[in-house]
Design a protein around this ligand. Sequence first.
Ligand code: ZN
Ligand code: ZN
Length: 653
Amino acid sequence: MNRLKTMSHLVISASAVTVSLSLLLVSPVVADDTPASSDTRLSKAYNSKTYSPYASRNHPNRPLWGDAHVHTNLSMDAGIAGNRLPPATAYRYARGEQVQSSLGLPAKLSRPLDWVVIADHTDGMGLFDDIMAADPEVMAFEQIQKWNKGLTAGGSAAAEAKNDVIRTFAAGEIDPDLLAMYSPGAKKYRSVWESAVAEAENYNEPGRFSALIGYEWTSVIDGNNMHRVVIMRDGAERALQLEPFTMTPPTGSPDPRDLWKYMDRYEKETNGRILAIPHNGNLSNGYMFPLEAQWNGRVFDSAYVEQRSRLEPLYEVSQMKGDGEAHPFLSPDDEFADFETWDKANLDATELKSNEMLAAEYAREALKRGLIIKKHLGANPYKFGLIGATDSHTSLAAAEEENFFGKNSVDEPSAGRANKPLKKIGDGVLMNWETSASGLTAVWATDNSREAIFDAMLRKEVYATTGPRITLRMFAGWDFGVEDLDARPLENAGYEKGVPMGGDFRQRPAEAKAPTFMIVALRDPAGANLDRIQIVKGWLDSDGRTREKLYDVSWSGERVLDDSGKLPPVGNTVNVAAATWSNSIGAAELSTVWVDPVFDATQNAYYYVRALEIPTPRWTTYDAYRYGVDIPEGAPLTIQERAYSSPIWYHSN
Ligand SMILES: [Zn+2]
Ligand SMILES: [Zn+2]
């Protein structure tokens, strides 16, 4: 009774307010204050259309942090390597909750992420989990009964069973009927995909945390890595219309062109949007960014380059299996190019690496190759933005050096983990200490939603870091001046006079002599100071050859460039024994307006930013201090973490 009374009272007051407001609106005194007429009172020198510089703007204003590539126990290899954490735990960890790792350790991020993509391998998705759970349908296979018995027994029986699983899959000796159950079109596979999508729906909270729906298409040909993470803009309604694409025929294919065909079909049939992000070109032995021919030797045509540039707008440039920005062989003048380098062999270590393969494996070089291909075929298949992701197989999106949970659950924190062999490669061995605690993606999205994050990815307004949350802005235009750096908010000038990272230069005004760049980097508020900001320029010269040049454009302290144009190192405050460092060197903020000193308007070019932190301890140094063990021989004691912006492209016509 009481409640009803209150409600009718509210209704009456609301209509009373409406009446009085409409009376006010006709009063000429009040009309003067409406936004339409306030423009005229703002000085011509002040760019914003209203008093509040933030009102009515539609550009992004803060980077949203996320990991675009996390595996859970639904991935066959993650399960074999000890991951027992389902997608729900991966989401909870990503949004900042404390969870228990597969080995029983409490795990928590320093700060929540804003979004995540769980990207489990589509081939055999859910199978390992069902083996462990003794699912009656899979237990009907004798092979599975044997594995279930071994795996649940633990100890050497489990190790033996794991080896048998790996060997059976590698040799292609898995029962075809079992494989068919875990392939698109099968009831079982359908239910695994439905539960994965349902979990993304559960944890997707627009405005607070975005769980984008995705998966990994895991193509390997002759041991050469051609993996792609596939991400959808859409929710369950569309994502469930098609089951994920696999690499195993007859339902799947290892050929990227078949993946793209599938993606086109997804967009056509569901009216949704989808993109693919390749990773680990460094393990492709020359397959990732070819100059002329596809992996199968077929010379690529304009359809290939059109499809690739449309469907693959990004490249995952840094992750746990190595950093892929640059290689010292390709960029001998770049003293920072050799960073967390993995260049010994292809993915399954069946073929060693040779130097001729490298140009088709690293992002800086691929961006240059894209300029050549565009010249010949009219489109640029390698016109990609840069993101970082962990590719963690522990369900934990952990890229922090002081909080690193390893690539696989068997490599979660322990005294001996760093000094453990991972894989035999030729006469040598790949050690676990070589695993890189990287990477992370910042997205300049207008709000925290699947749609806004996806749209930012499509327009490449994103950047990669190797773990720290460095804030990085880059705008390019024809008339930025140093005074623009002092304006607040700074990005208003950025968007008004130029284009953000990931974009193309606007038409060059006839009077413009050279491109100008406005760049700002802020250190991770919880992290290390910055050493410097660099610009990497790649271009096609008048002889049709690709060139590159690095410029130090802003740096901390009183350092001056030496005779060869090099900036001296920033120094190093790391106390290795105690695994500490201090921000007594470096700068919290670096900014500059830079003008290209050697611009030639007839030559196509790209520009991206690399921002470096001062040296900090590597994860192996933290491990050594915490467990009282030696740092493995060969492991760097300190590293300079970094951010890579997506490029901005200049076109001569
Ligand atoms: Zn992969
Ligand atoms: Zn992966």
